[in-house]
Design a protein around this ligand. Structure first.
Ligand SMILES: *Cc1c(COP(=O)(O)O)cnc(C)c1O
Length: 434
């Protein structure tokens, strides 16, 4: 079979990817439109096609052998070419190249969900007897995976509150070392989430890094950056090793896909990639393509959502039916403000609204909203509102809910990119229904 008339032999070699222009370091916002893809390889198609294939043809048997040596780790340096879609594909590779740029990471890996990214990370770094030291609260499914699933494989955990000081973090690491020694393992991972869901409490990553360097030197620090990343917080700058994302949220940004990501140095990504190859937790080509589209507008979307949230929060704060806000643009605690100033460049668009009253008042408010939709999740173009105590955190025991500040009058809001004054009008009429 010869080439069809439509298929063109490239008139030039594909261009190598670049991130600089002369001496100029190009910003991720610019690179999102073209990095890692040359139309010459795909019939001149300006946008990457979606590669719907389960497997890739080798040019020769020797090439197939070489590619497999890379996949299996027999030869260092990773896969030289595409082999099979459980391992990787063109859409996912382009996406991984672009995602890494935002955090200044060497490499990224993309997954079928935030949770499959987290599960693959935990399973890749922990062995029997090991201990995970983590900040609290974590996303409920992450906390459950550590406390229940990982526990079944003999992996323990020690947690510390998100706002902990360096001595408190050191105490948690020392306790982790003790527990690990008693069960024949090591502290294998320090796992953080900042801001925490749904309290917005910030973790002092610089203090965690200093504590780790003194007490648990082999343990990488991973951090779930879903709420502020990648625009308003890049934790690798504060010493974190692995950045974790639910790409379902701001990165996807349109509430129409589920995906996850990990970013970090190649030495951390390599063993995780090997396990992802085995388990098949990679995201599919269609989702990867959707994410490439989403990343082209991520800076625009997040900037607008952040500006909207600032306007809405300024208005809400002054309302007589509002008891208070858990918003990073208006932090009451001096230590939390200090962490914010050192780590973050924006307050985000997801916050807690405390309504005067309890569940009945919160439900009346939620049921009266017209523009904002009543749904869990966050980071989409549309504004969402939910009631953590009776929804996402329903299964959390009452005592822990109280300790975390998840009260019956807490409504969580994720502001989208609508017109801010329209949103304020919606909140105004909904508060009048309370
Ligand atoms: C949503 C979320 C997750 C889980 O991501 P999925 O894409 O739903 O699997 C993890 N961490 C945080 C902070 C989240 O908000």
């Amino acid at each position: 079979m010869t080439d069809t008339p439509a298929s063109r032999t490239p008139a030039r070699k594909p261009k190598a990817s670049f991130t600089t222009l002369g001496n100029r370091q190009l910003s991720p916002a610019t690179l999102m439109m073209g990095h890692g893809y040359d139309p010459v390889l795909s019939e001149g198609s300006l946008k990457p096609p979606i590669f719907l294939t389960s497997t890739f043809a080798f040019a020769s048997a020797a090439e197939g052998k070489r590619f497999f040596e890379g996949i299996t780790g027999k030869r260092p340096g990773g896969a030289e070419g595409l082999v099979y879609s459980r391992f990787n594909g063109p859409n996912q590779q382009i996406l991984e190249g672009r995602l890494a740029l935002w955090d200044g990471a060497e490499e990224s890996l993309v997954f079928s969900s935030g949770m499959s990214a987290i599960a693959t990370l935990l399973l890749a770094v922990c062995s029997k007897g090991d201990v995970i030291v983590h900040s609290g609260p974590l996303y409920a499914a992450t906390e459950g995976f550590i406390a229940k699933t990982m526990a079944r494989f003999g992996i323990g955990y020690v947690d510390f509150p998100a706002g902990a000081t360096q001595p408190e973090i050191e105490a948690a690491l020392a306790k982790g070392n003790e527990l690990a020694a008693s069960q024949g393992g090591k502290v294998a991972l320090v796992y953080l989430e900042s801001p925490a869901n749904p309290t917005n409490a910030l973790v002092d990553v610089e203090a965690v890094t200093a504590a780790r360097d003194g007490l648990a030197q082999d343990a990488p620090i991973a951090i779930d950056n879903t709420f502020l990343g990648p625009l308003w917080q890049q934790p690798i700058r504060q010493g974190a090793d692995i950045v974790v994302y639910s790409l379902t949220k701001y990165a996807g940004g349109h509430s129409d896909l589920v995906a996850g990501g990990l970013s970090g140095a190649k030495k951390f990504m390599d063993p995780i990639r090997m396990l992802r190859n085995t388990m098949g937790t990679i995201c599919d080509p269609n989702t990867a393509w959707m994410l490439l589209r989403s990343l082209e507008t991520i800076e625009l979307r997040m900037t607008r959502a952040g500006e909207n949230a600032a306007k809405v929060c300024a208005w809400l704060k002054a309302h007589p039916k509002v008891e208070g806000l858990g918003y990073l643009g208006d932090i009451a605690d001096a230590r939390q403000q200090d962490i914010f100033d050192r780590h973050c460049t924006g307050a985000g668009s997801t916050f807690s609204l405390f309504i005067k009253g309890g569940e009945a008042e919160s439900f009346a408010f939620l049921d009266a909203l017209k523009i904002a939709k009543l749904a869990v999740s966050l980071g989409g173009t549309e504004t969402l509102a939910s009631h953590p105590a009776s929804m996402t955190h329903l299964s959390v025991p009452d005592a822990r809910k109280a300790a975390l500040g998840i009260t019956d009058n807490l409504v969580r809001i994720s502001i989208g990119i609508e017109n801010a004054d329209d949103l304020i009008a919606d909140f105004e009429q909904a508060l009048s229904a309370v």
